[in-house]
Design a binder for this molecule. Structure first.
Ligand code: 6PG
Length: 481
């Protein structure tokens, strides 16, 4: 046995991760793939790398030093279960199976339980950063037992991205905690992308600037507080010209956004937890809305505003600055909601998750990497139990600075008939959470009226019901929620 780590599944992510592992001092990497061709290809293309090709699970297990450690990089769902079944047959108690795919965290909880009963450790690890990240340094979010972290920690630290001198990996928590946090990462990714898309749309339709000109605006924004990978690549995408038509590529790409499901999981989970991740939800629904061409075709005849939207020439710069501030404020809300979901998930599933550590490992390697994550880390360092991230002094100040602009942009979008679901839902969340009184009181009254669902009073303890179909006097009632 000569390998200290193995990778199963050599599609792009898997082979890039195997190459990353092999490039680090001291690592020898066993590699296995369902079809032999990919393994041969990888090994032949990288003669410099310390690979040990295996062509069966038995060979793979035999080539690994104990405790054996294998990272599975295959499709989530059935293919992952199939590989786990094979590994469990050839591994021994104390060995470690890592699932590096985008698994749905309840699957990870189930698999961890089943594999643990054999004495083998099972670690669901979220890995972010796409193909390039896998090769050069991803952000890694591992769950699983403390015991497996002892072996796995140094290996994962050696391949992770580095942000401000620190590797972008930390032991998130037990069983499904890593995949849970990766799921929320993707939900925030959806929100971030949608907010950027709304900012682009408003500027383009409001000012008539070309995609290339808007690319310059994003490049400029990327030098300030919005600095992030997604803003950076947005400028690149907007600047791209299509070779066949010579049009901006963004005008040639079909406007129907796809999704592989992680955003929807974030929203479904949030609904179950009772955590209002409205910005993430709107971003997910915006993709769904875009992907119904049959509905869009019939709805295209519905009327919009009477007047065309045109920001006056002398107000263009101010409008763009308003959009920038609205984007920043909405982004703060998206992260605040995402961290709220992680906090609620940790409470529900009994994980101890260090929110500051999560923000730190997102500073490098992952898709949502951004300057701004340093500020989140600061906020949790100062106040680990912070109930609402956006109330931390730095963010509260940024929201105070941006809120007037944010409101102008949402008003402009509504008047112009330009959909800005993530901008406007984020603003509603902000106003909802900071409200003294909410019309939830009326909803409680309605519930009590038609279903005797009862209500609490502001002025005394207890649970009450009004005899709506009787004399409308109030009685004490059992608490039914
Ligand atoms: C990452 C990405 C990665 C994947 C997205 C794409 O962190 O590296 O999030 O996991 O590219 O899941 O998701 P959609 O196909 O749903 O947009």
């Amino acid at each position: 046995a000569s390998a200290n780590i193995g990778v199963v599944g050599l599609a792009v992510m898997g082979s890039n991760l195997a190459r990353n592992l092999a490039s680090r001092e001291g690592n020898t990497v066993a590699v296995l793939n369902r079809s032999r061709a990919k393994t041969d290809e990888l090994v032949a293309a990288h003669p410099e790398a310390q690979f040990v090709p295996a062509f069966s699970y038995e060979e793979f297990a035999a080539s690994l030093q104990k405790p054996r450690t294998a990272i599975i990089m295959v499709k989530a769902g059935g293919p992952t279960d199939a590989v786990i079944d094979e590994l469990v047959k050839v591994f021994e108690p104390g060995d470690i199976i890592v699932d590096g795919g985008n698994a749905y965290f309840p699957d990870t909880i189930r698999r961890e339980k089943a594999v643990r009963s054999t004495g083998i450790n099972y670690v669901g690890a979220g890995i972010s950063g796409g193909e390039e990240g896998a090769l050069l340094g991803p952000s890694i979010m591992p769950g699983g037992s403390d015991e497996s972290w002892v072996t796995l920690g140094p290996i994962l630290r050696s391949i992770a991205a580095v942000a401000e001198g620190e590797p972008c990996v930390t032991h998130i928590g037990h069983n499904g905690a890593g995949h849970f946090v990766k799921m929320v990462h993707n939900g925030i990714e959806y929100a971030d992308m949608q907010l950027i898309a709304e900012a682009y749309d408003l500027i383009r339709r409001g000012t008539g600037k070309t995609p290339a000109q808007i690319a310059d605006i994003f490049a400029e924004w990327n030098r300030g507080e919005l600095e992030s990978y997604l803003i950076e690549i947005t400028a690149e995408v907007l600047r791209q010209v299509d070779a066949t038509t010579s049009l901006p590529l963004v005008d040639v790409i079909l406007d129907q956004a796809g999704a592989k499901g992680t955003g929807a999981w974030t929203v479904q989970t949030a609904l179950a937890l009772g955590t209002p991740v409205s910005g993430i939800a709107e971003a997910t629904f915006a993709r769904s809305l875009s992907s119904h061409p049959e509905q869009r075709a019939v709805a295209a005849s519905l009327p919009g505003p009477a007047e065309a939207f045109q920001v006056p020439e002398d107000q263009v710069d101010a409008f763009i600055e308003d959009v920038r501030l609205a984007l920043y404020a909405s982004k703060i809300v998206a992260y605040s909601q995402g961290f709220d979901e992680i906090r609620a998930g940790a409470a529900e599933y009994d994980w101890t998750i260090d929110l500051g550590a999560v923000s730190k490992i997102w500073r490098g390697g992952c898709i949502i990497r951004a300057q701004f994550l340093n500020r989140i880390a600061d906020a949790y360092a100062e106040s680990p139990e912070l109930p609402v991230l956006m109330t931390a002094p730095y963010f509260a100040e940024a929201l105070a600075r941006g809120q007037a602009a944010w409101r102008r942009v949402v008003v402009a979008a509504a008047q112009a008939g330009i959909p800005a679901p993530a901008f406007s839902s984020s603003l509603s969340y902000y106003d909802g959470l900071r409200a003294d009184r909410l019309p939830a009181a009326l909803v409680q009254g309605q519930r009590d009226f038609f279903g005797a669902h009862t209500y609490k009073r502001v002025d005394k303890e207890g649970t009450f019901h009004t005899l709506w179909s009787g004399d409308r006097s109030e009685v004490e009632a059992e608490d039914t929620h």
